[in-house]
Design a protein around this ligand. Structure first.
Ligand SMILES: Nc1ncnc2c1ncn2[C@@H]1O[C@H](COP(=O)(O)OP(=O)(O)O)[C@@H](O)[C@H]1O
Ligand SMILES: CCCC(=O)OP(=O)(O)O
Length: 357
């Protein structure tokens, strides 16, 4: 009989920490802890959230009757490393160093690898990351921004985008490498990617002022007005960065990062909440249209996923504008936890060698 591997999967997002334990691919338990903008806003830097996020993870493991010593591996969501290919990577000291300094910036996922290694090292088992947010498969033409000093970057929900695109392909009876799919992941951050035959050839950078605005990010902005704001003397660089990421989007307009609260406001007749929420759906739809052009109109399916895909109202607003492009598949939440476990399992079972960063 083949060995059973017990794996802890850790997924820090901008508005949540998701934790799961698997026995091979079988779920033992899963827990999602949501973090309000107020709770997250207390921390100056992402690295300051290390203790808080590690503690909630260890508590969840204990509360669900799993002993850390039983684990065979810990797999974390990969963060803002230097651009790399997709796959499973062993967490190494140089990776930890890049995640700590934020070589490509700050995001909660930077803590995924750091916490995974911290827990795994204590019990002498391996730690991995899978399909980090910096997976880069952009086609050359997509790298050109329009300003030579600035190159467009691939920063997105690679783990869930790839996992859900594979699921859509499987539902159509095909392999991921045989289909063209547009994936819109709608969580604390929003990314919309054009997947051509297994490669994400273009994607709006979910983190740094591209694409649709999101619960906590500004998305793309009119750059002339932004430049004026930057040099107005009213703001520091940190202030502007926070307006783009963390305190942007829905948080800036409505003071919450929780789409469910926005829906409550709308039910109570708040017209501003409705306008802003619909504008976010409008921008997602517009970006899906842009990806359809990238794929030259050859689109096998459009996937709507992430926490906000639970919202019937939001999904309907998007569908109204894009269903002419192709079949829309709605996968609320994410397939990230199982994708993390599977990435670790492939290595533990010797089916794949872990990549070195
Ligand atoms: N049932 C729901 N209806 C509407 N929005 C939801 C629902 N569940 C979660 N969300 C929203 O999804 C967002 C978080 O999505 P998620 O993919 O978990 O984000 P992240 O991983 O970026 O923290 C939050 O704005 C949350 O309010
Ligand atoms: C850094 C891109 C991925 C991202 O935005 O994740 P969250 O939505 O979890 O913040």
């Amino acid at each position: 009989m083949s060995k059973n591997f017990k794996i802890l999967a850790i997924n820090p997002g901008s508005t949540s920490t998701k934790i799961a334990v698997f026995n091979n691919e079988e779920l033992v338990f899963e827990k999602t802890l949501r973090h309000s903008s107020e709770e997250i806003g207390r921390y100056e830097k992402i690295s300051d959230q290390f203790e808080f996020r590690k503690t909630v993870i260890e508590e969840a493991v204990n509360e669900n009757g799993v002993k850390i010593e039983e684990l065979d591996a810990v797999v974390g969501r990969g963060g803002l490393l230097k651009p790399i290919q997709g796959g499973t990577y062993k967490v190494s000291d140089n990776m930890i160093e890049d995640l700590r300094v934020g070589v490509l910036g700050e995001h909660a996922s930077n803590l995924g690898g750091i916490i995974a290694k911290e827990i795994a090292d204590k019990i002498n088992v391996p730690s991995f990351i899978v399909d980090p947010v910096v997976v880069d498969e952009l086609q050359d033409v997509a790298r050109i921004s329009g300003m030579p000093e600035i190159e467009r970057k691939s920063i997105f929900h690679a783990l869930n985008q790839k996992a859900t695109a594979r699921r859509a392909a499987a539902e159509m009876g095909k392999g991921y490498e045989e289909v063209n799919v547009i994936v819109a992941h709608m969580g604390g951050g929003i990314s919309v990617g054009a997947h051509e035959m297994g490669r994400v050839i273009d994607v709006a950078n979910a983190l740094d002022g591209e694409g649709p605005f999101s619960p906590e990010r500004s998305g793309g902005l009119p750059v002339g007005d932004l430049a004026k704001m930057c040099f107005s003397g009213k703001y520091t660089l940190d202030d502007i960065k926070k307006k783009i990421k963390g305190n942007g989007g829905i948080v800036a307009y409505l003071d919450t990062n929780d789409a469910r609260e926005v829906e409550k406001m709308i039910e109570e007749g708040n017209e501003k909440a409705k306008l802003v929420y619909e504008a976010m759906a409008y921008q997602v739809a517009k970006e899906i249209g842009a990806c359809a052009a990238v794929l030259k109109g050859k689109v096998d399916a459009i996937v709507l996923t992430g926490g906000i895909a639970y919202s019937k109202m939001f999904v309907k607003w998007i569908e109204e504008r894009i269903s002419f492009i192709g079949e829309v598949k709605v996968y609320p939440g994410e397939d990230e936890m199982i994708a993390l476990a599977q990435g670790g399992l492939r290595v533990l079972k010797g089916e794949e060698e872990a990549k070195t960063y």
